[in-house]
Design a protein around this ligand. Structure first.
Ligand code: NAP
Length: 202
């Protein structure tokens, strides 16, 4: 395994990175848009420059759009390739203390649907990973017993990724109540319950 470093907030760096990656790794055939940041926002007491909101849009939404755009020609050269976008259960039912974060994830879900449709006649597969609350450093999850342990999440995701054909949305059991909240007819109850239960997360 080798690595190249990239600041996904920097559009110039994204272009340089893509050129370097394609030159160094001509067989590159998978793009996982995983980088993300999640910051709580009090909408009645925001910084005037909206720094947190703009950083989340730049990292979580513009980042994957820009990186996909520059790497798509490289992916399309391969006999088979894949783009995996990481959204969230919160794309489908927002946690109100993180409004811009949830909005970027809803947007990534929508973008992924369109990308998949536009690439349907090509050999590039487009997948969406929809994580639940997982114990990572994203916000307070690492020390929150309510978060799914990272190891268990990875095991379940890898099992789903091995199924043939791979489902376009990778949803572990824990995320299904959020992912299908609207379809279940219990959206309002789940929204109220989640936001009451998670008001302390920061
Ligand atoms: N954990 C959850 O509960 C959860 C739930 C749903 C969705 N997700 C999504 O899962 C993805 C991974 O998050 P995580 O939970 O693994 O959180 P994490 O441990 O905080 O990891 C986030 C990653 O994003 C990278 N990153 C942040 N800003 C970046 C930038 N400007 N340029 C390049 N890389 C940057 C970080 O790199 P550095 O460490 O180098 O900064 C880090 O590797 C995110 O898209 C997140 O929204 C997570």
């Amino acid at each position: 395994m080798k690595s190249l470093q990239l600041d996904i907030e920097d559009p110039v760096a994204i272009r340089t990175f893509a050129a370097e990656a394609a030159a160094q790794f001509p067989a590159l055939n998978v793009l996982i848009n995983n980088a993300g940041i999640m910051r709580p926002e009090k909408l009645l007491a925001q910084q005037p420059d909206l720094a947190d909101a703009e950083a989340m849009v730049t990292t979580n939404l513009l980042g994957p759009i820009r990186l996909t755009a520059v790497l798509l020609p490289q992916l399309q050269k391969q006999p088979s390739s894949a783009v995996i976008n990481v959204s969230s259960g919160l794309a489908f039912l927002p946690l109100a203390i993180t409004p811009t974060y949830c909005a970027t994830k809803a947007a990534i879900h929508s973008y992924t649907l369109s990308l998949r449709y536009q690439l349907r006649a090509t050999t590039t597969e487009v997948l969406e990973l929809v994580p639940p609350y997982v114990a990572t450093d994203l916000m307070s999850g690492a020390s929150d017993p309510r978060a799914m342990p990272l190891g268990a999440f990875i095991v379940e995701v890898m099992k789903i990724l091995k199924t043939q054909p791979t489902p376009p949305e990778i949803c572990v059991e824990n995320v299904k109540s959020l992912r299908f909240a609207a379809e279940s007819g219990k959206f309002s109850a789940i929204f109220e319950g989640l936001n009451a239960a998670m008001a302390d997360v920061h």
